[in-house]
Write a protein that binds this ligand. Structure first.
Ligand SMILES: C[S@@+](CC[C@H](N)C(=O)[O-])C[C@H]1O[C@@H](n2cnc3c(N)ncnc32)[C@H](O)[C@@H]1O
Length: 214
């Protein structure tokens, strides 16, 4: 995504998001229920982009807590601009690589990866959000049987993700032509809308954390 720099972005995002933007997320490791004031399940989206998905989903499920993560301030600002009375949603300006510094083991119920940057060159594969290094972090912060829900239009990323996930995760509901169904509560993302309009196929999968323990 090409990003136009915004002057004074730091103050702007803080002003618009207010206390929904968590400035030092590592301070809340193991204590995210305090931020939300309840013990409801917590789902995160890594690479939330402009936020259509996470703001839509959080309004559909008020008894679930959501955390939107993006590493680019100018992009997360677009999510902040969509905020209304979203008491079950928080925003983090951080890199998904830092997940285990921010969340304790078993603190998270589910992870959404929507149209993640594909990094098509083989030498960049470690940057993909489904590389083994990322999956190892997801395995820790997710509860046993916690899920990754992934959507993409990129066949290279999808094939790669199937292979990395197949090593330790239980794969379910794999589809090479994802159309909305009543069974899956879902919201279209900005990229999804764009790719559907172009006629691209959307691939989708769910991966269940098979780790031992509670
Ligand atoms: C292609 S966009 C997709 C945005 C959105 N999910 C959608 O479907 O419309 C990918 C987003 O992921 C963010 N991103 C990429 N790598 C990231 C990382 N390691 N940590 C956090 N955000 C990341 C980018 O800044 C960008 O906003």
């Amino acid at each position: 995504m090409r990003v136009r720099k915004i002057k004074g972005i730091e103050e702007k995002i803080e002003k618009v998001a207010g206390d929904k933007l968590i400035l030092k997320p590592e301070d809340y490791k193991g204590k995210w229920h305090k931020i939300f004031g309840n013990y409801n399940p917590i789902f995160i989206e890594i690479g939330c982009g402009k936020g259509q998905f996470i703001t839509g989903l959080s309004r559909m499920n008020r008894d679930i807590n959501y955390i939107a993560i993006d590493k680019v301030e100018e992009i997360l600002y677009k999510t902040a601009l969509k905020l209304k009375n979203d008491y079950n949603l928080r925003l983090l300006l951080t890199d998904g690589r830092l997940l285990t510094e921010i969340f304790d083991e078993n603190e998270i119920d589910g992870i959404y990866l929507n149209f993640s940057d594909p990094w098509p060159k083989n030498r960049h594969h470690k940057r993909r959000l489904t590389s083994i290094d990322f999956l190892n972090q997801y395995e820790k912060v997710l509860k046993k049987k916690g899920r990754i829900n992934l959507k993409t239009d990129n066949s290279i990323l999808f094939e790669y993700s199937l292979n990395t996930l197949a090593k330790r995760w239980k794969l379910e509901n794999i589809t090479l032509n994802y159309l909305y169904s009543d069974e899956i509560i879902d919201v279209e993302t900005e990229y999804e809308a764009k790719f559907r309009e172009k006629g691209n196929l959307i691939y989708r999968l769910e991966a269940v954390n098979t780790k031992e323990g509670e």
